[in-house]
Design a protein around this ligand. Structure first.
Ligand SMILES: *Cc1c(COP(=O)(O)O)cnc(C)c1O
Length: 393
């Protein structure tokens, strides 16, 4: 069996959890929380990073900080996870969806301007699969219309756009350390604050609306309720897990890159034959290698190949019923059409990719994709001849 995803212990997770207990501090804000935050601040060159309970919650914090309210509009792609929209809908805003680009599957920045109204408050680019959006253009539009930019960088931890880390380019960045993401603490995330004027209030919102962080730093002698807020700080147990993963930060990235590139090289001939399409990576970005997907010509082919692989012990998946096609959106806001999002949703197949995976597993998956297409007649040899002479499945 090759699972779609598998979380492994990569190093000191268990001993750090034990250490957190020995320190007598398992609630949030202790040694491991600080280590993780300082690591991200220096590594990503971010003004301020707060470890939080999820990326969903980081997005909610952004909506609270921007005072999003009933009647506001927030522009985002429809081809994303529900959290991207929910964070703003919870405050009463309307998500205004734009379609995605055919190449990167990221929000199509050329469609943003025409949906801006005087109610628009923010743009929320989602760096799909860990490939950053065209941030230069998005930030330019935001400046022109005086809008905020909240990056949903859930999948883009350690991805770069023109040398800058995803999540540090807009006013806020939101990372996920959920089990399914590149770096994990079980459930968790981080909130990156790049706009100086929101730093203090963000700390208050994370700490149940109190100025407890100031108190802990010794800046005030007692703490109290000063604003709205919630409980968005994760426990030290979760932070300890993440710190163990951060200790192998570059190694995890390098391993995913290696697996991703192997898929890309293995499957290139199938793309050249026009049988499928592979991920596109623009020259000015370094992705996080979060997702390796293939795009099939139609839904029927996608479903046949998915069950073909499943029969051979390979778990490949698809995702995102575009949000504008969801029951909830239609019942509240009515029907709209976004052709690229709809088409991609029917044709995409995500292949297994996780830190504990081996190159031979990637070869096995690739080989079965060749088998599905009836063997590939074009001659090629892979990696010193695993399939020398062509595979005829
Ligand atoms: C995973 C994900 C989220 C949610 O992350 P959580 O940490 O599970 O809340 C939000 N947006 C996108 C694009 C994601 O992939």
């Amino acid at each position: 069996m090759i699972p779609f995803n598998h979380q492994s212990i990569v190093g000191n997770e268990l001993s750090y959890i034990e250490d957190a207990y020995k320190r007598g501090k398992v609630s949030g804000g202790g040694k491991y929380t600080k280590l993780c935050e300082e690591f991200m601040e220096s590594r990503f060159d971010a003004r301020k990073v707060l470890l939080v309970t999820s990326c969903t919650h980081a997005l909610e914090m952004a909506a609270l900080l921007l005072d999003i309210k009933e009647g506001d509009e927030v522009i985002m792609p429809s081809y994303t996870f529900s959290s991207t929209a929910n964070a703003f809908v919870l405050r009463g805003a309307k998500p205004v969806f734009v379609d995605i680009r055919e190449d990167t599957l990221n929000m199509d920045e050329s469609q943003i301007e025409r949906v801006i109204t005087d109610r628009t408050k923010a743009i929320v680019p989602v760096h799909y699969a860990g490939v950053p959006c065209n941030m230069e253009e998005i930030v330019k539009i935001a400046r022109k219309y005086d809008l905020y930019v909240v990056e949903d960088a859930a999948q883009a931890v350690n991805a770069k756009y023109e040398g800058k880390y995803a999540g540090t380019i807009g006013d806020f960045g939101c990372y996920s350390f959920h089990e399914t993401k590149n770096y994990s603490m079980g459930e968790g995330g981080a909130f990156v604050i790049n706009n100086e004027r929101f730093v203090e209030r963000a700390e208050i919102i994370r700490e149940k609306g109190t100025n407890r962080q100031k108190f802990l730093r010794g800046e005030i002698d007692k703490y109290t309720w000063v604003d709205i807020g919630s409980s968005y700080i994760p426990s030290e147990v979760n932070a300890a897990i993440l710190w163990a993963q951060f200790e192998r930060f570059d190694e995890i990235h390098a391993k995913r890159r290696k697996l991703f590139m192997r898929y890309l090289n293995n499957l290139k001939p199938l793309e050249e034959e026009g049988l499928l399409r592979l991920p596109f990576i623009p020259d000015n970005v370094e992705p996080s290698y979060h997702i390796f997907y293939i795009l099939l010509p139609d839904e029927r082919t996608r479903e046949s190949i998915r069950s073909f692989l499943l029969d051979r012990g390979i778990h490949a998946t698809f995702h995102y019923i575009p949000l504008h096609m969801s029951e909830y959106y239609i019942s509240r806001f009515g029907r709209i059409s976004l052709p690229v999002s709809e088409s991609v949703s029917r044709r995409i197949l995500r292949l297994p990719l996780y830190f504990g995976m081996e190159l031979k597993n990637v070869d096995f998956v690739s080989k079965n994709i060749y088998s599905f297409f009836g063997g590939f007649k074009g001659m090629y040899s892979m990696h010193g001849g695993i399939w020398k002479g062509g595979y005829t499945g």
